[in-house]
Ligand binder design. Structure first.
Ligand code: ATP
Ligand code: MG
Length: 687
């Protein structure tokens, strides 16, 4: 009954309602919500999805893409809550039914497995993370002899960055070299040969890298027959944070919905912070003109998140930018407190300040979870992490479980990956060399033998290992065939791997006990995934968050502080926000190589950081900070000054303060002024 108006609409403002009700549940023309930070874009998107479902849309036919897996699952739960107001118990299946909610990469991986056979892929493909990709690039570089050329051939990391940039921006190599990597322009011919070899190697080994997930998807979506089928699976396609998508992602959307019907995108051009990954702010600006059918455009101007004073300071920072953003954000949340600009001597003092302020806030009733510390680069939080640990303040660091990078965890994952896809050379190399007596050349022989036999496990069994490996060989062959035949059950597979790995762990590493604990923690995480394939895919694409607690992630209901890079804090909000190292050299991060565009992006980053705060914002400025230097210059301290994004002309928007001022209030040695005469009181008691 479409005359019935659900109650949740009454909580939204008029513009938000226009976006939510666009098409009123039917597939309608393209919709763009372009609006400033904290204006309710994500919230509107959640309401829109809920409203579609309330009006009868099938949640299994809704494709919802957000910037992280966490954001996607939060959105699904929120949709269920909102729709629940109307649907009651019937809504309880929504979260599961919204199974096509995820990141572009995660959704891409699932669709590619679905259509693998149609597009000439083996559905058992494994996914390489950046480090694996760099290793494979390095193999190719060596094979071609480029690593030994006269003059310095670009490093594996640079080669991968160039390749990735060209793929994501859908730009010719020459153009990418000219505009982003001019110092490599002389190697254009060799790079072409290298990239061709890299692509061949990936195909031979049945692996896809991150970029392939988008590239294959875009190519697949462009095939007329598949395209119709693929586009027909989804009635509605909705994307959050659209300002940070790249050319490939835009082309995927265009191929899914060529006339824009059922398409909703939301974003904020002032928050575009991913151009280093070829994100294209033009995507969102050009969206209205992209389709034959004109897009409905909704602008939201009221900010519900931050106090007026915080918003004024953030607006002042972005107002200094050379590009003009059309949005005019306002807030009705009054406050007498301006955001703080805090001078401290160094990073140690910065850590003390932050800990002190956070504890004071907690005493006043603000949970740790309602507070976050943000920083430009992941390593900036090092000294703070130490101080938090020392003071027993639990925290979770967003954006990458540290232990996933640890050698022993990678070993275990490589065993699983090798079993999933025996052609994955990077995984095979790593695994085989765990066996004593097997080095790189034996490992490569084994992988080759396996590749030429019909059944990989048989190929492995037939191989005659060198004498030194003879003892360990049968155990490995047995494990491998067991994992291959799939007789093992998930996550019991992982336990099998651990049991096999433990003796090697003891042999390779001294601190085997803590490493064993990590692997047990990995088993814990694994139990949350339905299958080995899903576990490997998701873990590679979007690693879980790191925690201060060695015993594993804190329980949901426990209280902990959030630490996050600014990039990973996108879209979120906290009552109190602390930004570390608000100084030149940190934000903007590198003064030496910054082009004007790079510097503008750093300004938008600071804007994103500041607009995460609801009530309290502290920008901390150490007068010197530590730099992990490149070879010649080495590690050193650098003297810093306030970030250039807060020039003297806008200082009025802040309250300037220092660590000393906080410390003075709090110093136990400082004598309070005597205000009561207790002696007199004692005497009075007996009067
Ligand atoms: P960002 O640009 O940072 O992603 P956003 O535009 O997506 O921000 P949301 O995160 O959706 O903004 O909303 C910011 C805050 O405002 C949230 O706490 C949300 O619940 C609240 N909010 C949004 N719309 C309304 C409304 N109509 N009434 C009251 N609160 C609202
Ligand atoms: Mg948002």
């Amino acid at each position: 009954d479409s005359t019935f108006r659900p109650a949740y609409l009454a909580k939204l403002n008029a513009e938000q309602c226009v976006a939510v009700e666009h098409g009123d549940g039917k597939v309608a023309g393209p919709l763009l919500v372009i609006a400033g930070a904290g204006s309710g874009k994500t919230s509107t998107l959640a309401h829109r999805v809920a409203h579609l479902i309330v009006r009868g849309a099938d949640p299994r036919r809704i494709l919802l893409m957000t910037f992280s897996r966490r954001a996607a699952s939060e959105m699904a739960k929120r949709v269920e809550r909102i729709a629940g107001e109307v649907l009651g118990r019937d809504a309880s299946v929504i979260t599961d039914a919204l199974s096509w909610a995820g990141t572009f990469h995660g959704i891409g991986a699932r669709l590619l497995r679905d259509y693998a056979l149609e597009i000439g892929l083996d559905p058992a493909f494994t996914i390489h993370d950046r480090e694996d990709s760099a290793d494979l690039m390095n193999f190719a570089r060596h094979e071609l002899g480029f690593s030994k050329t006269e003059g310095r051939f670009p490093t594996k990391g640079t080669c991968l960055a160039i390749y990735s940039r060209a793929v994501n921006a859908q730009a010719p190599l020459g153009e990418v070299l000219g505009s982003v990597f001019p110092w490599c322009a002389g190697w254009a011919e060799q790079l072409k040969v290298l990239f061709a070899r890299y692509v061949e190697a990936k195909q031979a080994q049945n692996v896809l890298d991150y970029d392939d997930l988008l590239l294959y998807w875009a190519q697949m979506a462009g095939e007329p027959e598949i395209s119709a089928h693929l586009g027909g699976r989804f009635d509605h396609v909705l994307v959050d944070e659209y300002q940070d998508t790249n050319r490939l992602q835009a082309s995927i959307l265009a191929a899914l919905k060529p006339d824009g019907s059922g398409l909703t995108v939301v974003g904020d051009d002032a928050q575009s912070i991913y151009s280093f990954r070829a994100a294209e702010v033009r995507n969102i600006l050009d969206f209205p003109k992209q389709f034959a059918r004109p897009a409905e455009i909704v602008m939201l101007e009221r900010n519900y998140r931050s106090t007026e004073t915080i918003l004024a300071a953030a607006n002042a920072v972005i107002g200094e930018a050379s590009e003009r953003f059309t949005k005019n954000l306002w807030s009705e949340r009054k406050s007498t407190e301006k955001p703080k600009l805090v001078s401290v001597r160094d990073e140690a003092e910065q850590a003390s300040y932050v800990c002190q302020a956070i504890l004071t806030e907690r005493e006043a009733g603000t949970a740790l979870k309602a507070q976050a510390v943000l920083f430009r680069a992941s390593h900036h939080s090092g000294p703070l992490e130490i101080e938090l640990t020392r003071r027993n303040i639990p925290f979770v660091k967003f954006g990458g479980l540290k232990f996933l990078d640890a050698a022993h965890v990678k070993d275990v994952l490589a065993v699983l990956r090798f079993a999933e896809n025996p052609r994955d050379r990077v995984a095979g190399f790593r695994v085989l060399q765990l066996l004593p007596g097997i080095g790189p050349s034996a490992a490569s022989q084994i992988v080759d033998t396996m590749a030429t036999s019909l059944d990989e496990a048989m190929g492995l069994a037939r191989y005659r290992p060198p004498q030194r490996a003879a003892d360990d060989w049968p155990g490995f062959v047995a494990l491998f065939s067991q994992l291959r035949t799939g007789s093992g059950k998930w996550p019991a597979d992982l336990e099998q791997v651990r049991l096999w790995y433990e003796p090697h762990l003891d042999r390779i590493h001294e601190d085997a006990t803590t490493r064993r604990a990590d692997i047990l923690q990995l088993e814990q995480i694994a139990s949350g995934y339905a299958s080995r394939e899903r576990f490997l895919t998701e873990l590679t694409l979007d690693p879980p968050d790191a925690t201060s607690d060695e015993a594993g992630p804190p329980h949901r209901d426990e209280d902990y502080l959030i630490l996050s890079t600014i990039h990973s804090a996108k879209g979120q909000e906290w009552k109190n926000v602390f930004v570390l190292n608000t100084v030149d050299g940190c934000i903007p991060i590198d003064l030496a190589v910054g082009s004007k565009e790079d510097i503008d992006e750093e300004r938008r980053l600071l804007y994103v950081a500041m607009t995460r705060a609801k009530d309290g914002l502290h920008l901390v400025m150490p007068q010197r900070f530590f730099v992990h230097g490149q070879a010649a210059r080495g590690d050193r301290h650098v003297y810093a000054s306030r970030t250039r994004f807060i020039p003297a002309s806008i200082l009025g928007a802040f309250e300037q303060t220092s660590w000393a001022s906080v410390q003075a209030k709090d110093d136990p040695r400082r004598q309070p002024q005597v205000r009561v005469d207790l002696g007199a009181r004692m005497r009075d008691m007996w009067k």
